[in-house]
Design a protein around this ligand. Structure first.
Ligand code: IPE
Ligand code: IPE
Ligand code: MG
Length: 614
């Protein structure tokens, strides 16, 4: 899709000496010459691949630049391997996998013969970066080779999310260097849109190169809104429909990258990098708009004057901002003995089956058309369980964690697709601080060390970030990213969740979309509303189960559970295990669901004559 730099030292020798000198970062003076050469190659790869990114990295403190070049070069190389036209799909997939597996080995060895990996390994060790989240992104690059069709914006956005772990590494670098790029948790939506906007800008810019390869990396939903535009673009015809589609998309991308609230209260140096990125992307989108039919021939670029107008003042701001925060580069490090980084292959094979039930109980056989797809559980009764035993309430929550694990094991064994657990409500803040603290602390520990980590479970979190401890939110987001490609069970844990809050947030997002002209208020449908919920892909709840002898839903999933079958059981939560989940599912499988239709009448049998004694 983009220019293909080769990761060889021969390239370095081909570079003019004066240019090489200019590229040498001051921060690398004194390093081993092979490592310096490796970082220089990374810088050059970044510059050739994406001059705008290169310019942005120059706005970072000098000590962080080499690490950013290494990360960017690695991402570019993987992108190229996934795109190489000289090879068939299987071969390209194998090349991406070979590169990531080699990286794993190199990380364990602490060095590499490949210059880009050499620089990346040095970066990871020096800055204590955990590259395991990148391994997930690398796996999606590999999968990316396979599937490039997006039915709608949701599918397209899921593809864009592969960028997030790379951005996170840069954040982590800032943090390690002592200039945290604090992201406001209430602005998560802004960050996601910013990344989507960056990706859309990139796709619009590279349209001609992608079309040459037969790629049109836009969601079908967007193409269908302009009948004929898709065919015209594929045939390289600059028709009114094609032009209207591009105009619509540049406007959308411009809106997505313009998120002024995103950088409020950030370090001025970090804010400068993000604000300048937004300006460069808007200039890029102006160039796309101005290109007209030429967009189908080559990638448009903003003029030197336009770029200089943005970059010159940004460099001055950067110099000022970073001069106030002196940062130092840590020395090189060797890997710990037996260090290993879970890679995609290692991670997949490391997935374990759930441990068996302690009495060897096995799940019942439920016919596929009688299985619920989504079971949601209100895990109630922890406090009373503890009080009944004369224990402090937190002991009940501790015991409740084991029961939650049991549910996950049971769900995997019976083949459930979606399990949603209510763990902490927006109303639970009314409890005393000690109880709240122990509940939240136990959750964080469970995310870090719990037995769910290695099961085939895609973990997600639903709830509000505010008021929750930052380390818990970070652990939740980390697990979400780490497990996003797993296919066994989707486990959504609701923490600081409120159903009314969820609906209010969806309404606010919809109002914003209407204000921006993305949806017509008088045409809003239930589907439009559902698309603006925090987890638009969460299916309706089929079975809602509450333990603890209470018969209410306590603000849990009001949108999704409107037609759920209800199941209430008397036991306190710590006393239940996977057999109770199976029992709930068995009972569900016997119910008749009607969704408003008339009851099904069983086929008429001939009336049997009353038996009469003769
Ligand atoms: C459910 O158990 C867990 C949370 C709400 C966090 P409870 O703590 O509500 O237990 P009871 O209802 O007081 O027994
Ligand atoms: C519901 O339980 C919330 C969770 C299980 C997390 P509560 O115990 O808080 O509900 P109420 O207050 O009894 O309705
Ligand atoms: Mg309760």
């Amino acid at each position: 899709m983009r220019a293909t730099p080769q990761s060889t030292t021969a390239d370095l020798d081909a570079a003019p000496r004066a240019w090489q000198g200019q590229l040498t970062a001051r921060s690398l003076t004194g390093e081993d010459p092979a490592l310096r050469a490796a970082y220089r190659l990374c810088q050059r790869t970044t510059r050739v691949h994406d001059p705008a990114i290169h310019a942005l990295i120059q706005l970072m403190p000098a000590v962080l630049r080499p690490a950013c070049w290494a990360l960017w070069a690695a991402a570019s190389i993987l992108d190229d391997l996934a795109d190489q036209q000289d090879a068939g799909q299987a071969e390209r997939e194998a090349r991406v996998q070979a590169w990531t597996q080699a990286l794993q080995r190199d990380l364990a060895a602490g060095t590499s013969t490949d210059p880009v990996r050499h620089a990346l390994v040095d970066t990871a060790l020096r800055w204590h970066l955990d590259l395991s989240s990148l391994q997930v992104a690398m796996t999606s690059t590999r999968d990316d080779v396979r599937d490039r069709h997006f039915a709608d914006w949701a599918a397209w956005r899921a593809w864009c999310e592969a960028l997030v772990p790379w951005v996170d590494q840069v954040r982590h670098l800032f943090e390690q260097a002592g200039a945290p790029m604090t992201l406001r948790l209430d602005r998560q939506q802004d960050y996601k849109q910013f990344i989507d906007g960056a990706q859309l800008t990139d796709i619009l810019t590279d349209l001609s190169a992608d079309l040459t390869q037969g790629l049109l990396l836009l969601p079908q939903e967007a193409l269908d809104a302009f009948p004929g535009a898709e065919d015209d673009l594929r045939q390289r015809r600059w028709s009114p429909a094609a032009s209207a589609l591009i105009g619509d998309l540049t406007a959308l991308a411009r809106q997505w990258v313009t998120r002024p609230a995103m950088t409020r209260s950030m370090h001025p140096g970090a804010a400068n990098v993000l604000n300048t990125a937004a300006c460069l992307m808007r200039a890029q989108l102006d160039a796309v708009d101005a290109a007209g039919p030429a967009l189908l021939k080559r990638a448009p670029r903003p003029s030197v004057v336009a770029r200089t107008r943005i970059l010159a003042p940004a460099r001055i701001r950067s110099h000022l901002a970073w001069s106030l925060t002196p940062l130092t580069m840590p020395g090189p490090r060797r890997p710990a003995v037996n260090a290993s980084v879970p890679g995609p292959a290692a991670e997949d094979t490391a997935l374990r089956p759930p441990p068996p039930h302690r009495d060897g109980a096995k799940p019942p056989q439920i016919a596929a058309d009688r299985m619920p797809s989504h079971v949601a559980v209100i895990m109630d009764g922890n406090g009373r369980w503890a009080e009944q035993r004369g224990l402090p309430r937190f002991e009940g929550h501790r015991a409740g964690t084991a029961a939650a694990h049991e549910m996950v094991y049971g769900a995997l064994e019976i083949g459930l697709r979606h399990l949603t657990l209510y763990a902490f409500s927006t109303e639970n803040w009314k409890r005393d601080t000690e109880e709240v603290t122990t509940i939240l602390e136990a959750m964080r520990r469970d995310l870090d060390e719990g037995p769910i980590r290695d099961l085939d479970v895609r973990q997600r979190w639903s709830g509000r970030p505010d008021k929750l401890p930052e380390d818990l939110v970070q652990a939740l987001l980390r697990e979400e990213r780490r497990t996003r490609n797993r296919t066994g069970l989707t486990l959504t844990v609701c923490i600081n969740y409120g159903g009314r809050d969820e609906i209010t947030r969806a309404a606010a997002a919809l109002a914003q979309a209407a204000q921006a002209g993305d949806v017509a208020p008088h045409l809003i449908s239930e589907d439009d509303f559902a698309r603006h919920l925090p987890h638009p892909d969460m299916p309706d709840v089929d079975l809602l189960w509450r333990t603890g002898n209470e018969q209410r839903t306590s603000n849990f999933l009001p949108w999704h559970a409107t037609y759920a079958e209800l199941h209430f059981t008397p036991d306190y939560w710590p006393d239940v295990d996977r057999r109770d989940l199976w029992q709930a599912i068995t009972e569900y499988s016997r119910r008749q669901r009607r969704h408003g239709a008339a009851p099904l009448i069983s086929p008429r049998r001939p009336p049997t004559a009353p038996s009469r004694p003769i």
